[in-house]
Design a protein. Structure first.
Ligand code: SF4
Length: 721
């Protein structure tokens, strides 16, 4: 028996885990690491199942190649050669714009995803880049990009010091937090209330998070932007603003907000005017306050406007960039911020003309790009850790579209609803055989922190790491062939990184010799070498060796004000009224006159689930069926429903079991996504198949500034089954 420590990679909370393994390397227990200074022993059921996930007998252990309908296991060299043939044939016949790539959400949780997908995209040379970001958080990136000049400059609520937290469309008691890295989020919320703070939740469901709050307010799905504008209106009307940072556009925001009085928006959003006024007064009166809004507000038709208004309120109440308000983390691997001003729409999608954001096109238009003939039609697809058939809008159409591709290669541990269309599947090793560092998630942490996890188990002989798999795909895509050594890619990137650093005035290695710096790097792989370089160039002067000496992680202190370092706008100030968002706010105002749909659909999270990833892990899918349609009993009675219902939308229909509950507003129904498992080798998932909620979501609807899919507030009708 032995004990090992590592970070949990299964959600954004980055909890430290303590694992016990037997002599054969089997995990016998997983507990929270009490010595981790950030998570302090917290663990949830997902983390406790990490051993079961790694040892899942349905995981692919060798590459799979499909010929017609026949799958066969193959060696790695043969698989990479098949990829080279497939990609080369499409590039030669149709050019690089016939290629597309889709990156799933787990890429945010691996070193390979953080370090190797960018070179892969560059090597593919296509503008058809899609990811889970446009099914999730792209509105936040775009609003922060336009306000602060950097789409990664996302302020997070200073959870441990705030006196007042207004939370919209987030359910951290199930999700454990999102775009706000905070292990033991529930404990931090309870601590807020214990120290006399106030916590208010706005959500169409009385979630477990709402049940923990001082106050819960129902809001109609997709109308958060109206409620937030009502608060902005009140702050101006009652002279409650206390702007503490340099801003541009204050007058424009004030003028825009005039039409969104609490009274004017009350009917559409379902929040009484006097309550909206009180929220504004409470936010202004609190010693410190933070407004935080997540996926329910992002995946709506005015998602970017809502995210923008969240930070407008944080600015107006004087809470941007101050302890107890919303603040920016400083990570140990931050080696420089963007130098060009942020913009969107540098190119547009071929079929629908949707603007690029963050170098990506909306996943809502991926099927259009595959199915629509013409110059630039997508004919080959690379996916890394993604299952868009279950997680993207109108997954049923995507399922059909993938069937028509000339070539598809997937980096994925499972044969699932998406990868079943691949010609080659390249399975990465299990989590415990991979090193881990959270590059992305620590940028959104509520406390500065760093932790490196070396592999708990040695690599399996002859099996490439996930980093090597993606690096070899990049080498193939760039024309260097299936036999090219992936280490060359790491050396190229290291050389560029070090050269830039020695030439940058004020850098910790300014004027030093690149070869000498390269010789001083340590790491057992290209990914570790690159991490070591970033740590040494980063703001804390750490190194991989220093992190290895602290296996439980290093606390780098509370968040500190740093707006001046973060701002990358042309004006050098916070842009309160970016023209793209002002234009969408005008569209929002015009929508005030449109009557709402009678019944709308929303999604929901569950503590033992994470999108479609974890449904083949027995301990996480036991118990009662979770893939149910939550519905208010008033609607059950009004519509004469019993047991099951047929739900119809503009894109499809599903028959689903009903779960009547007064925790959801009348006129709103909720179905979780990530289910609908069928026809794959994931045996446990097939036993708990559920239905694909994305048979009902409409890929023709997007949030215009960001291209984000609209999953929230989908009009549906219900009939007895
Ligand atoms: S909260 Fe997230 S990071 Fe923590 S144990 Fe659970 S899944 Fe892992």
């Amino acid at each position: 028996m032995r004990t090992a420590h590592r970070t949990c990679p299964l959600c954004e909370a980055v909890c430290g885990l303590r694992l016990t393994l037997d002599d054969a390397g089997r995990v016998t227990s997983v507990k929270g690491d009490p010595d981790d200074p950030f998570s302090k022993g917290f663990i949830c059921p997902k983390g406790a199942s990490l051993g079961a996930l790694d040892e899942d007998p349905d995981r692919l252990r060798a590459p799979m190649v499909r010929t017609g309908g026949e799958w066969r296991e193959t060696g790695w060299e043969e698989a990479f050669q098949a990829v080279e043939r497939g990609l080369t044939a499409v590039i030669e016949a149709h050019g690089r714009q016939a290629l597309a790539v889709y990156l799933g959400n787990p890429n945010a949780h691996t070193m390979a995803g953080a370090l190797y997908n960018a070179p892969l995209i560059k090597a593919l040379g296509t503008r058809n880049v899609f990811s889970a970001s446009t099914s999730d958080q792209m509105p936040k990136h775009v609003s922060c990009g336009l306000m602060f000049g950097d789409p990664l400059a996302i302020p997070v609520p200073d959870l441990d010091r705030t006196d007042y937290l207004l939370m919209l469309g987030a359910n951290p008691l199930e999700s454990n937090g999102s775009l706000c890295t905070a292990p033991d989020f529930p404990g931090r919320l309870k601590a807020l209330r214990r120290r006399g703070g106030r916590f208010v939740v706005v959500d169409p469901r009385r979630t477990r998070t709402a049940a923990l709050a001082d106050e819960h307010l129902f809001v109609r799905p997709g109308t958060d932007a109206y409620l937030l504008f009502g608060i902005v209106h009140t702050l101006f009307a009652e002279d409650l603003t206390a702007v503490g940072v340099e801003v541009e556009g204050l007058t424009e925001v004030r003028a825009l907000a005039e039409d969104f009085s609490p009274k004017a928006v009350a009917e559409v959003c379902g929040v009484p005017a006097e309550v909206t006024v009180r929220l504004a007064r409470e936010l202004a009166a609190a010693p410190t306050a933070a407004v935080y809004a997540r996926i329910g507000t992002c995946t709506a038709e005015f998602g970017t406007v809502a995210q923008w208004l969240v930070d407008v309120i944080n600015v107006l109440t004087g809470n941007l960039d101050r302890p107890g308000g919303v603040m920016f983390a400083k990570t140990a691997t931050e080696t420089g911020r963007r130098s060009r001003p942020y913009t969107t729409g540098r190119w547009h999608s071929r079929v629908r003309g949707l603007p690029e954001a963050n170098g990506e096109l909306p996943v809502a238009t991926l099927a259009d790009e595959i199915e629509t003939p013409g110059e630039g039609q997508v004919r080959a697809l690379v996916t890394v850790a993604g299952n868009p058939v279950l997680s993207a809008p109108n997954g049923v159409r995507l399922d059909r579209a993938f069937g028509g591709l000339e070539f598809m290669v997937c980096v994925d541990p499972y044969l699932n609803e998406t990868t079943r269309h691949a010609h080659v599947i390249l399975p990465p090793p299990p989590v415990l055989r991979s090193p881990h560092y959270d590059f992305a998630l620590l940028s959104f942490a509520v406390r500065n922190y760093a932790r490196f996890s070396p592999p708990v188990l040695p690599p399996e002989p002859g099996r490439p790491s996930e980093a090597e798999i993606i690096a070899r795909l990049a080498m193939i895509a760039s024309g260097q062939g299936a036999e090219a050594d992936p280490a060359l890619l790491d050396e190229l990137i290291l050389d560029q990184m070090l050269r830039r650093a020695v030439e940058t005035p004020g850098s910790p290695v300014e004027g030093r010799d690149v070869d000498e710096l390269r010789a001083g790097l340590e790491g057992g792989s290209g990914a570790e070498l690159r991490l070591d370089a970033m740590l040494k160039l980063g703001p804390y002067g750490l190194s991989l060796a220093a992190l290895r000496e602290h296996p439980h992680g290093i606390d780098l202190g509370p968040l500190e004000p740093r707006l001046a370092e973060m701002l990358r706008t042309v004006s050098g100030r916070v842009e309160l009224a970016p023209p793209q968002l002002v234009a969408d706010a005008v569209r929002l105002r015009e929508r005030l006159a449109v009557p709402p749909a009678e019944i709308v659909l929303i999604g929901r999270r569950h503590l033992r689930s994470n999108n479609s990833w974890l449904h083949n892990v027995g301990p996480l899918v036991g118990g009662s069926n979770r893939c149910t349609l939550q519905i208010n009993p008033q609607d059950v009675a009004r519509l004469g429903l019993d047991g099951h219902a047929v739900v119809r939308s503009s894109t499809g229909e599903l028959t689903v079991p009903l779960e009547p509950t007064d925790s959801i507003m009348p006129g709103v129904v909720s179905l979780p996504h990530g289910w609908g498992h069928a026809g794959t080798t994931q045996r446990t998932a097939a036993e708990h198949a559920g239905v694909n909620a994305n048979a009902l979501t409409d890929e023709s609807k997007v949030d215009l500034p960001s291209g984000n899919a609209v999953f929230n507030g989908v009009p549906v009708t219900l009939a007895p089954a």
